[in-house]
Design a protein around this ligand. Structure first.
Ligand SMILES: [Zn+2]
Ligand SMILES: [Zn+2]
Length: 214
């Protein structure tokens, strides 16, 4: 089988995150609509959504966005829950034990509970995050960070609302298989592609999220 250039949004939340409104069905519908080959489901500190989302047309990488004492960390290709609120390197060790890879989420985004710019044993750096404002400044800073550590670069929408899915994605040169994709990411066979979430969509998403909370 020849390797393909797969388009994968490596940072997607579902309604299993308390701050997101996307249903599992919407993940599939919008991923197809945006021409993606796959998504990583990375809900905050839970695998519940990722476990339930299985679809034959879409590659689904089970993941978690883990809250560590040093900010957010994406665990990709994990099938067991990983405890939040631990030190970042301790968390990375647990991810590796679980067979996954650790990606620094929005590492330079200082206004969120971001991964600090602290050097840790990351496998890759998320250099594009469509939720970050201003997008181009953070993309520049994240790329600089990744280059300094000479680590692979990934991109994801950080979608919390279905129409945001695919605003950024990673082109991964790999066979369409989760293990192969993760291996390719580690080998730097990635190209981050993306843009910021348009304001019109961002505001609609915020309104829906507020409605859900009240
Ligand atoms: Zn985050
Ligand atoms: Zn996120």
């Amino acid at each position: 089988m020849n390797s393909l250039n797969l388009r994968i949004d490596l940072h997607v939340h579902t309604c299993y995150s308390s701050d997101a409104v996307t249903t599992l069905k919407e993940v599939i519908v919008y991923s197809k609509k945006r021409g993606l080959d796959g998504v990583a489901i990375t809900d905050h500190d839970t695998l519940s959504g990722a476990r339930k989302l299985q679809n034959s047309d879409l590659i689904v990488i089970p993941g978690i966005e883990i809250t560590t004492t040093n900010g957010h960390l994406l665990a990709l290709n994990v099938n067991t829950p990983i405890l939040p609120n631990l030190d970042i390197n301790e968390t990375i060790q647990k991810i590796h034990k679980a067979g996954g890879i650790a990606v620094a989420a929005h590492p330079t985004l200082f206004y969120k509970a971001a991964s600090s710019r602290r050097t840790a044993f990351y496998d890759a750096i998320e250099v594009m995050n469509s939720s970050a404002v201003p997008f181009h400044l953070f993309t520049y800073l994240n790329k600089k960070f990744a280059t300094r550590l000479s680590l692979p670069q990934t991109a994801g929408s950080d979608a919390h609302y279905a129409p945001e899915i695919g605003t950024a994605y990673t082109i991964v040169e790999a066979d369409p298989d989760v293990e192969e994709i993760v291996r390719a990411i580690k080998k730097k066979a990635t190209i981050p592609v993306g843009k910021p979430i348009p304001w019109r969509i961002r505001l609609k998403g915020e309104a829906l999220r507020l409605k859900r909370k009240t």
